[in-house]
Design a protein around this ligand. Structure first.
Ligand code: NDP
Ligand code: 8X3
Length: 247
């Protein structure tokens, strides 16, 4: 199996690379921080191919996919994992540049990678696209504004891809995790480690390995089984009632 994973320099993506290499797959590990990917290659060996890639750059995405060496070229599994949340400010106070960066990465980057990889999968009549959505795409929360909007896109885009791919053997799945400890909150809070740590204080979050296991389970179902959507959250996380502002 050949896996192409975006955002492999940290969190879920690195865990997914480890999980699939342990299973004998070859993994194209992409992200912007090449030093991290080289460290992963040191750890995991030549079955991992590190490629520096900013998913917001469509020309670079197309070049990277077209230039894959033969032994990594026929991608069986695309994991669209690269993504980020920036800030938790209400909509009227947020930085528009943060909104644009989330749209460019979580929506447009995911579109670019999918568009570059999908024709090969359809031509081979084999493959699987797994997209990282979020519970934030399903449930609103204060400050989730554009981040949640990008993940709602991921959910609907995944279902629509499945609609387009009927008649082929290409599968599409979307995973919607709740709170998981990675560099996610560090990025969301602009590198403030204390603030990021506080998010997970006194609770047991999901781990990147939990997400990697979920991807692996989805992909290892028999070929006639397509998992459309999986939602998972820590046992200690749940839902809130509607907020009501009383006078
Ligand atoms: P991390 O911050 O730990 O990892 C994010 C990865 O995305 C990094 O490898 C980063 O690499 C990469 N990335 C960010 N921007 C770009 C870009 N422009 N081009 C290429 N790669 C990029 O976060 P997680 O592992 O937690 O998150 C992975 C995915 O899961 C995201 O889509 C996130 O929204 C989603 N998610 C996370 C949850 C959580 O609670 N952690 C819950 C639900 C969903 P680099 O900076 O080197 O480019
Ligand atoms: C990440 C989970 O709840 O911080 O998508 O939005 S949450």
């Amino acid at each position: 199996m050949i896996v192409f994973v975006t955002g492999a320099s940290a969190g879920f993506g690195a865990a997914i690379a480890r999980r699939f290499i342990a299973d004998g797959a070859r993994v194209v590990a992409t992200a912007r921080r090449l030093d991290r990917l080289h460290a992963l290659r040191e750890e995991l060996g030549p079955k991992l191919l590190p490629i520096e890639l900013d998913v917001r750059d469509n020309a670079a995405v197309e070049r990277a996919v077209a230039a894959l060496p033969a032994e990594f070229a026929e991608i069986d599994l695309l994991v669209n994992n690269a993504g980020l949340a920036l800030g938790l400010q209400p909509a009227h106070k947020t930085d528009l540049a943060d909104w644009e960066r989330m749209v460019d990465t979580n929506i447009k980057g995911l579109m670019y990678c999918t568009r570059a990889v999908l024709p090969g999968m359809v031509a081979r009549d084999r493959g699987h696209v797994v997209n990282l959505g979020s519970v934030a795409g399903e449930w609103p929360y204060p400050g989730g504004n554009v981040y949640g909007g990008t993940k709602a896109f991921v959910r609907q885009f995944s279902l629509n891809l499945k609609a387009d791919l009927i008649g082929t053997q290409v599968r599409v799945s979307e995973i919607e995790p709740g709170m998981a400890e990675s560099e996610f909150s560090l990025v969301r809070f602009g590198g403030d480690a204390e603030k990021a740590k506080a998010v997970y204080a006194g609770m047991q979050p999901l781990t990147p390995e939990d997400i990697a296991d979920t991807v692996h389970w989805i992909v290892s179902r028999p070929a006639h089984v397509n998992i459309n959507t999986i939602s998972l959250m820590p046992t200690c996380q749940a839902f809130s009632p509607f907020a009501v502002k009383r006078s």
